[in-house]
Design a protein around this ligand. Structure first.
Ligand SMILES: [Zn+2]
Length: 81
């Protein structure tokens, strides 16, 4: 019933263009072993797992799974309120 849920659903269908972008960014995550910092796009957190960002390359980054990212973001915002 929450607006958060509606937003997640709206976000779900990734276009081919979005998938191409995702692949490009995550190639870099894996190459550098450092996740893309999505704060650059205006999000309040960089990634949703392993917050020091030092280990697994892409896992937990926005582009790895935007839907999961949004879920964690909503949880974090709820925690802080
Ligand atoms: Zn990535």
């Amino acid at each position: 019933m929450t607006t958060a849920t509606q937003k997640l659903e709206d976000f779900q269908p990734l276009s081919k263009a979005a998938n191409d972008v995702k692949r490009q960014f995550c190639k870099e995550c894996e190459a550098t072993r450092k996740r893309y910092d999505v704060r650059l796009l205006g999000y309040p957190i960089s990634w949703y797992e392993n917050h020091d960002g030092s280990d697994t390359g892409c896992e937990g980054c926005f582009w790895y799974n935007p839907i999961e990212f949004r879920k964690h973001l909503v949880e974090k915002i709820e925690e802080e309120n």
